[in-house]
Design a binder for this molecule. Sequence first.
Ligand code: ADP
Length: 538
Amino acid sequence: MLGLMQDFPLLVHTILDHSAANHGERELVTRSVEGPIKRYTLAELRLRALRVAKALDKEGVVMGDRIATMAWNTDRHMEVWYGIMGIGAICHTINPRLFAEQLVYIFNHAEDKILFVDLTFLPIVEALADKLSSVKKYIILTDSDHLPATSLPNAVAYESWLASVDADFAWASFDENTAAGLCYTSGTTGDPKGVLYSHRSNVLHGLLSNQPDVFGLKSNDVVLPIVPMFHANAWALAFAAPAAGACMVMPGAGMDGKSIYELLQSEKITMSAAVPTVWLGLLEYLQENNLDLPYLKRVAIGGAACPRVMMETLENDFAVEVIHAWGMTEMSPIGTTGKLKFSSAQLPPADRINLKLKQGRTPYLVEMKIVDDEGNELPHDGATSGHLLVRGPCVSRAYFKHDGNILEKDNWFDTGDIANIDELGYMQITDRDKDVIKSGGEWISSIEIENTAIGCEGIAEAAVIGIAHPKWTERPLLIVVRKTGSTVSTEEILTYLNGKIANWWMPEAIEFVDEIPHTATGKIRKTKLRETFGGYKF
Ligand code: ADP
């Protein structure tokens, strides 16, 4: 027998309807790409998003079309985001930090019809435009006064484009399982994979991430999402903040310590979220200038492990609570937080910090377990490590236009992380199965560097591992076996790699060894190399 409750589809634009009706006076503030700080209300956000929806409809955009954005966190990005999703089209957020080849692959794989692009990224797009076969129109996120000359075909200033329509438009209505967002992850081997969020998964994830032991946003919060909207929904904040009626402050292109500090102070930010590298920049700025943080109450730190000293400094010296968060693009992305629970709040301070530094426990709607190589579940003893598997309504079941099952038995998704789980349910990552390195919150493919390096005269074998780095969390170390008789040097290898891989992928250092360890199946034994170079300092 079915229940007799209403079939009210979980569609993301209902979030804007709710925020406009109940928190319409709350503000969305932006450090604009053109420079000045701009502000308007959540009620206006909804009206401008409706105009985007109407203008896209007029362009002939239909349900399921992919419409791309390459943009900072700004008011305009929010308008476009909701406007695209509100007519059943798919908002494809593109990470501008990827390098040219990956960008071309992603645009063409997604078959994006229109691109909304920030002024900052125009040169990147101009250089690629002749390879972007599906893009028919470029909408530059600025007004006509700031529109530079561009070689892009069919380019128009966003404000002029928007001026042609009013807000007299109704959101489309459709099945809640309709695709809403597309975000490619390069945190896997091979080509980037498209994670396709649905309206239902985004609404549920907005609620999931706003449980009190996750971000716990309230209508009196002022939220600064530093984590980009092109990184898995700005960790849910683009949905959770308007749903809660919190003010949003968008940092635009200003990610440095000074710019972030200015917003924290002038807008009296209470909550923010970013990767460790950003917080490091802020802490340096605060310490150099002897500043404090009177308004900021809590920050989410994730995407990479939060260093102990960062948590201790923020909590002890600045009275800012740190929420250590773990997750991944395929999880929308929130998976766990290190929030203390009742039984742990009584622990002595040192034990509390130890617990909070773990990647943490799952909120409702995320399930996780650890298994051995044969898939047998491992005990939660805080010591035994295994493959970390997850499942839930906001976890991917397939990649966009990609054949093949990505799930294990009973819908478990293998995160590629190796972790233990303790008796209280706190998970701690101990290693990584996937062959990638995370530097400043972005992925570097170790395999790509290895394959390129092997082309260098004099190299017999090459392996790349991530080494802890104080600023970037991890940086690549290239380990090389020379061919017999070769004297190939660090400089020669770096010169060879230069231009063949992205600048920021260049190895931080190169070490020469006689032999690289292998597994029984002939693969490079990365775990052994990570052990050997465990205490390596650049
Ligand atoms: P995001 O955009 O949220 O960083 P990605 O899919 O790019 O998501 O990266 C997810 C991966 O990043 C995880 O599988 C894990 O390896 C790493 N990661 C994320 N958060 C943490 C954390 N708090 N501690 C350690 N590693 C983390």
